[in-house]
Design a protein around this ligand. Structure first.
Ligand code: HEM
Length: 216
């Protein structure tokens, strides 16, 4: 698959999941969403205040999901720098706010502590990679900034991969909750491995570019 196709696919999947979240939680009844209706079957589950925290999570995380591909795939030329910076602030702010409320959501995650730990680890790494990326650009290290933002978005993309992996994992484990426990880890660990391979390839290409461009 070529670079253009991968980028196109990232855009489409990010918009599809954001669209799902907006329609399901903004226009339809949130209680009918698969995950929420499953939680409502549990006798000791209380919808409030959990649902309000979920709304904050969704409303902020959506910005990160949608803004990410524009920031990563459109080169910030001089003319576009202001926009890149502005959307960058929105991306970081949404991750910080979502990152805070995710701690609460992780504690009450479907699948108990195994799923909770998976989401909590994802959350800590999500905020950490994003803040490191910001520190790198404040130190004018553009290359490192790009690499850390790639890691940050690979983690944001867990929202997409969760919805792709969930059904196969439920079928594999034969049970929704067991599938959800697995997906809390599977939605982000492979993303990180893939993005490390991408970063490694980018570095190799840059070094090769340097050696061929160096005058003998
Ligand atoms: C990358 C860091 C993220 C973490 C750690 C995280 C964590 C969580 C947690 C713990 C839940 C509740 C699960 C439960 O109670 O069983 C949840 C639900 C949800 N999250 Fe996230 N999330 C992240 C990113 C995103 C993004 C980027 C979106 C963008 C749309 C998103 C959209 C949703 C939606 C819509 C739900 C409700 C469940 C559903 O209807 O599918 N999340 N998230």
């Amino acid at each position: 698959m070529g670079n253009k196709m991968i980028r196109g696919l990232v855009f489409i999947l990010a918009f599809a999941i954001a669209g799902y979240a907006i329609v399901q939680y903004g226009f339809l009844n949130a209680s009918n969403a698969g995950l929420v209706s499953f939680k409502l079957q549990k006798p000791n589950f209380e919808l409030e205040p959990w649902i309000y925290v979920l709304y904050i999570h969704i409303f902020t995380a959506i910005f990160a999901l949608i803004i990410g591909p524009f920031q990563l795939f459109i080169t910030p030329t001089n003319a576009r720098k202001r926009w890149h910076r502005l959307f960058g602030y929105v991306y970081v702010f949404s991750i910080i706010v979502s990152g805070i409320v995710n701690v609460y959501l992780s504690i009450f995650a479907t699948g108990g502590w195994i799923a909770g730990l998976g989401f909590m680890s994802l959350d800590v790494l999500w905020v950490a990679t994003t803040l490191i990326a910001i520190r790198k650009i404040m130190g004018k290290d553009i290359q490192a900034h790009k690499e850390w933002m790639l890691r940050s978005y690979a983690l944001t993309f867990a929202a997409v991969m969760l919805r792709i992996w969930l059904t196969p994992l439920i079928i594999l484990f034969g049970d929704f909750e067991a599938g959800f426990r697995a997906v809390a880890w599977v939605c982000w660990i492979p993303n990180l491995l893939v993005i490390e391979a991408v970063i490694y390839r980018m570095r190799l290409r840059r070094e090769q570019g340097f050696t061929t461009a160096t005058p003998k």
